[in-house]
Design a binder for this molecule. Structure first.
Ligand SMILES: [Zn+2]
Length: 61
């Protein structure tokens, strides 16, 4: 056996996945916010805290 094939996942960062940072929320963090040297943070539409920066939002509620 010169070539070992295991089912372990490779640790290579194929895609950078960013999910909503709110604990318990498993939604995709499609809305990001970054400022200067701060790392980008991501939220789903429900938890995104910077809606004031996006005044053109229509919410049906
Ligand atoms: Zn969320």
């Amino acid at each position: 056996m010169s070539e070992e094939r295991t089912t372990t996942h490779p640790s290579a960062p194929v895609h950078f996945e960013h999910w909503c940072e709110v604990e318990g929320c498993n939604k995709w963090g499609g809305l990001g916010f970054g400022k200067g040297a701060q790392p980008m943070r991501w939220w789903c539409a429900e938890h995104y805290p910077h809606w004031d920066r996006k005044p053109d939002v229509s919410q049906d509620s």
